[in-house]
Design a protein around this ligand. Structure first.
Ligand code: RUQ
Ligand code: CUA
Length: 661
């Protein structure tokens, strides 16, 4: 117990930080002395030595997390970060009152469990879409339908959504769906972009944490997920003390039925995934080839492996029954290195060595290369996806490895030959030339064009439509994990800082244009031009015909459906419910069905019942239902929560609960 500890045993906060820094330094420093691996292909780490002075300069020793990156020779002294909307050079991201943004940005909300929709370039938050959380404003998780969705999706009250993916047709966004993973509970959810609503949550069998999540380009054949945490399969109490027997799985989910199609078991673990543009390759990173269960073990070796999943080869194995197990209804293909399926000229999974603990995989717009950020190595590994299918040693498909700076996590693209990589430790963005990196020696800094300071410790980085085959350039958003001194202090839990950077078509110097505080923790984002997204403004009732009633004014009423159950139906419109009052008996189970019979855009009616935890939001032409028990006798005023008219306060209904004798 901390409070009982002897004064002399207690460590000061400063000592704790010192220890962290020593560890990080030692882990990073090991990168320049790779231990050759006898079992697998060898790894050339030519030119990866970290310059000692670079190291000190970036403030590792002086406080890596707290470091304000030392301006390198590349830095144009950025960081003006105007709050005014226009930058030093006059680049303006403001959108005039009444005007619309040109792009939708879909932000994953991390452990808030929600998604956020942000207009670009203004950075105005347009709405939030609850996914794994409940949300009072939209009534998500309060009505019967969304409660059941959450319940059938695992019954958890929160999730940790990391990677939003828009559905694609022919490699471009088709505006139908957005898929996002829940790292916390191994789930994948689907948001229907017709209504901007979560319409499916799949609790994927056999997987604890799904981290990487991607759709298979170009036509969204699958939603793919990476099992990050190794655990027994099935995780039923067997083999708990045998970490060697734990497994990481890769999963393919059908985007229409939201069913698990197959899984692949691999050596090591799986972090992030992205796919090539031709439907063949899914490339995943791995930071724990050691298969260790603690941080010392996970960072022990100087190399790790990428995994290249050959999707058609896996499908064929499944079709031909060449899998050894079906667990919880899912066929599991053996993709480990010793698998028979990995012999011959069409292995299901290829293992490609990289410097230790790589992080993100992003495939460039032309589908030629996958870019794998080094995280603990100051490099980005470039994997040639065309070569991957033809070389006998997959290590030969590594065609470039520029040295970009400390802590590279994610890479994005302007479509004009440039890559932009976030540098977590350096607190910078490095812009570099893709083909120059192929021509340069591994470990060369020559491909770097410029670096820009960001504030602070960036994770994901995303330029406009960078994940399509035709990126739009112009703007780039950097999601900084820490904001520190950038905003008014708001207590110990601070906002993140999403920064907007102008990049033009890649011909310009990067310019920091706006800071944008964000509630923890936006994790990743994806952008689509507004022409590709066309949500409905009112509900189309044919979408729920046969599933839910549509209650006209004349249908409003109370129907006794059993000894202690009633069905109450009411229309809603400005400014009255179809029933000004109704009576039920104490102990009744009340099914309440409400339809908003107005067809007017933006007029929502709420249904709140005090002391019953009832909270619905009924959009125009929509019907919502909720079932509750009228436990306590009395009078309860149902009221509307959305400010719908001048008579909004008068929009009420009286629920009378008669005492049972
Ligand atoms: S990961 S900060 Cu969850 Cu996207 Cu790289
Ligand atoms: Cu309806 Cu306020």
């Amino acid at each position: 117990m901390g409070s009982d500890a002897d004064e002399s045993e207690r460590r000061s906060p400063g000592e704790v930080v010192d220890e962290y820094e020593r560890r990080l330094e030692s882990v990073l420093a090991e990168v320049d002395e790779p231990v050759p691996d006898d079992e697998g292909p060898t790894l050339e780490l030519a030119g990866l030595e970290i310059d000692r002075r670079d190291f000190m300069k970036t403030g590792i020793a002086a406080g890596a997390m707290g470091a304000v990156a030392g301006c390198s020779r590349f830095s144009p002294g950025g960081g003006s970060g105007g709050q005014s909307g226009s930058s030093d050079s006059g680049v303006d991201h403001r959108v005039a009152p009444g005007e619309h943004d040109e792009y939708y940005g879909f932000w994953s909300g991390g452990h808030s469990g929600e998604l956020r929709v942000v207009g670009i370039p203004s950075m105005r938050e347009l709405t939030r879409i609850p996914v794994f959380n409940t949300d009072c404003a939209s009534g998500y998780g309060y009505d019967d339908e969304t409660s059941a969705l959450l319940e059938e999706g695992g019954g958890y009250t929160w999730g940790d959504n990391h990677h939003p993916n828009l559905s694609e047709t022919d490699g471009d966004y088709d505006g139908e769906y957005l898929f996002v993973n829940d790292k916390a509970n191994g789930r994948i959810a689907r948001v229907n972009l017709k209504y901007f609503e979560t319409d499916a949550i799949l609790d994927v069998p056999n997987m604890q944490a799904i981290h990487g999540c991607s759709v298979l380009s170009p036509d969204t054949k699958y939603v793919l997920g990476n099992g990050e945490f190794r655990a027994p399969v099935p995780n039923d109490g067997t083999a708990v003390n045998d970490p060697d027997a734990y497994e990481s799985l890769f999963v393919a989910v059908d985007p229409e039925t939201m069913e698990t199609k197959w899984q692949v078991s691999v050596d090591g673990n799986l972090d992030i995934v992205d796919t090539g543009k031709e439907g063949r390759w899914a490339i995943a990173s791995c930071y724990n080839s050691e298969e260790a269960t603690d941080i010392q073990g996970m960072t022990r070796d100087d190399r790790d492996y990428l995994k290249a999943f050959d999707i058609p080869a896996i499908e064929k194995a499944v079709e031909n029954g060449r899998y050894d197990r079906t667990v919880n209804g899912v066929p599991i293909v053996d993709g480990t290195r010793s698998s028979a399926l990995n012999e011959g000229d069409r292995p299901v999974v290829q293992y490609i060595p990289t410097p230790k603990s790589p992080h993100c995989v992003e495939v460039g717009p032309d589908g030629k290369y996958a870019f794998i950020a080094g995280k603990l190595s100051p490099t980005v590994t470039m994997l040639d996806l065309e070569k991957l299918g033809s070389v006998s040693d997959p290590a030969d498909a590594v065609v470039g490895r520029p040295k970009v700076g400390l802590g590279p996590l994610h890479t994005t693209f302007d479509g004009n030959g440039h890559a932009y990589t976030s540098l977590f430790i350096d607190s910078q963005v490095a812009k570099w030339d893709i083909e120059a990196a192929v021509d340069a020696e591994n470990g060369s800094e020559d491909p770097i064009i410029e670096k820009l300071d960001v504030h602070y410790n960036p994770g994901h980085i995303q330029a406009l439509e960078a994940m399509t085959t035709d990126p739009d350039g112009e703007w780039l958003v950097v999601l900084n994990k820490l904001s520190k001194d950038r905003f008014l202090p708001v207590g110990p839990i601070m906002p993140d800082n999403d920064q907007l950077i102008h990049i033009g078509q890649g011909e310009k110097e990067m310019e920091l244009v706006a800071d944008h505080p964000a509630y923890p923790e936006p994790h990743d984002c994806v952008f689509a031009h507004r022409d590709k997204i066309s949500p409905k403004k009112v509900y189309d009732r044919t979408d729920y015909e046969g599933e839910k009633p549509y209650v006209e004014e004349k249908d409003s009423g109370v129907e006794r459906t059993g000894e202690s159950s009633v069905h109450v139906k009411a229309s809603t419109k400005r400014s009255e419910y179809g029933l000004p009052e109704f009576t039920v008996k104490q102990g009744d189970e009340v099914r309440l069905t409400m339809t908003n019979i107005e067809g007017v855009q933006d007029i929502i009616h709420g249904v709140a019942i005090p002391e019953h935890d009832v909270n619905l939001a009924v959009a125009p032409q929509d019907t919502r239902e909720v079932t509750f028990t009228a436990d306590d006798p009395g009078v309860y005023w149902i009221y509307c929560t959305y400010f719908c008219s001048a008579l909004h306060l008068e929009m009420r209904s009286r629920m009378i609960v008669e005492p049972s004798e």
